[in-house]
Design a protein around this ligand. Structure first.
Ligand SMILES: [Zn+2]
Length: 167
């Protein structure tokens, strides 16, 4: 059962043109679309374009991508720039969309970008959020990224595309 986020009334399913059956509050007379979170993750390239950053967080030895939640009112692009700065202390100078996927476990739409930063200096890494950050060649990153993770899926799909466009 789900309930109205404004008045607490139990929601019913009601047909909405072109959208199908959508939760509806009879009290408010409004549709209540299911709520979910949005987050970004980033494949961060060295200024020379030959290496990628993988990080470790929360005391785990898993190599993952920089990621963070989109704030209300913020664009995904802005979140990307903000998170790279907050976690790595680096400035994004260009970026492009890679792929997105809904992550059921955290009820989150993950939007993945590839980007390039203006410096390879990792001395500004935020040690409260990031235990370790390192540069890896694409081949090393492929090998080291956490197996069976969404980060791995994003990274491999991106690297495969780069190979494809090079040919
Ligand atoms: Zn309501």
């Amino acid at each position: 059962m789900s309930y109205c986020s404004k008045c607490g009334e139990e929601l019913i399913e009601k047909e909405l043109e072109n959208e199908g059956m959508i939760p509806f509050c009879r009290q408010c007379g409004e549709y209540r679309f299911p709520m979910f979170n949005t987050a970004i993750s980033a494949i961060v390239y060295h200024p020379e374009g030959d290496r990628i950053i993988l990080i470790q967080q929360y005391g785990r030895k898993n190599n993952i991508l920089v990621a963070g939640y989109v704030n209300r009112g913020e664009s995904a692009e802005h979140t990307l720039i903000r998170e790279v700065k907050e976690e790595l202390g680096l400035d994004v100078i260009r970026y492009t969309f890679n792929a997105s996927e809904f992550f059921e476990k955290s009820n989150t739409l993950m939007v993945n970008f590839a980007c390039r930063v203006s410096s390879g200096d990792l001395s500004g890494v935020n040690t409260r959020e990031v235990d370790f950050a390192g540069w890896y060649t694409p081949a090393e990153a492929r090998d080291k990224i956490l197996d069976h993770s969404l980060a791995e899926k994003f990274l491999l799909s991106w690297l495969d595309k780069q190979e494809y466009y090079k040919e």
